[in-house]
Design a protein around this ligand. Sequence first.
Ligand SMILES: *Cc1c(COP(=O)(O)O)cnc(C)c1O
Length: 218
Amino acid sequence: MSLTGITARLREAEKSAGRAEGSVTLIAVSKVQPSPRVEAVLDEGQRVFGENYVQEAAFKWPTWRAKYAGIKLHMIGPLQSNKAKVAVDLFDAIHSVDRPSLAERLANLANARGASPDLFIQINTGEEPQKAGILPGQADDFIAACRAMYLPVVGLMCIPPDGEDPGSHFRMLAQIAERNGVEGLSMGMSSDFELAVAHGATHIRVGSAIFGDRAYAK
Ligand SMILES: *Cc1c(COP(=O)(O)O)cnc(C)c1O
């Protein structure tokens, strides 16, 4: 696949879901991808990117930000509290607000800076013990607590369990968002983004289908 191919499939998915053209933001997930692949996608005009690791992103993106105007960076991986300060300076959005201590840290940073990245709350829809995220039963209270701290909660995010039908998880996320008046839905990856769009995704996070497989062994 390629950026053009994925963009075409996204436009098609928006159309069949009765969604407005361009209403879904494509986040190109560039974690651990070799620089030439990322530069090729930048040259094709893509400006919204997702990264999982604060240090890697802090290393790679200042140069590209200087070279290409209009870049928006989304943090989609787990965020350690001790990296929160670097993260809020680097990222335009954070999709992995997954615990009260992190929300408090982000609120303190927002007060000190007078600004905050857009925040998505990660929901552990599959209630998997090894996975980050707020349990569905605690989502309403957590969203309320974040709002009470004046955090800009723009959306919810989920990563469905491997080997399960992602559709039921997308549906659950959409329901939690709906009853809490949250507009953004960050859901859908390379293998299931069309289904996510059908369930109301506003942001899809697509990596390997754009850039090719990630070679983790460096
Ligand atoms: C890596 C990653 C993606 C992209 O996954 P692909 O299957 O390569 O599209 C999306 N979301 C999160 C949270 C990720 O960590």
